[in-house]
Design a binder for this molecule. Sequence first.
Ligand code: ZN
Length: 142
Amino acid sequence: MVVINKSLRISSSSHFQIIDITHDIVAILNEISKDNKISEGIVNIFTKHSTSSICVNENEKGLLLDFEKALKDIVKEKDDYKHDFIDNNAASHIRAFLLGSSETIPIVDGRLDLGTWQSIFFIELDGPRTNRTVDLTFIGEE
Ligand code: ZN
């Protein structure tokens, strides 16, 4: 079994931003494949920040706007949030609670086994930020 740890650095440019990181992960997997190829396994993609999320869905412009609207409808920007008294970003944390911090994707034949319409997104919920870190853990058989 092989375990390979990598990370991605991500900068965001607005308070809420959906960033497609699929190609970054494919590029790292291709880089890994040059030496110790993982032909069958998984990759876990984990954000190190409690006001961001990792999600898999379809990269369709209208859908991403619908998702942003739904998330903001579900979790109001301002309310009687206790966390806002110490760190003015409770809504960002609550949205991250709902979306989760990681996704795990199968690797089959050395390739990410995503569905045709699936992309991997880093969701910025409290940007803009310059130094977001996403850990990638590849686990599999050579
Ligand atoms: Zn906070």
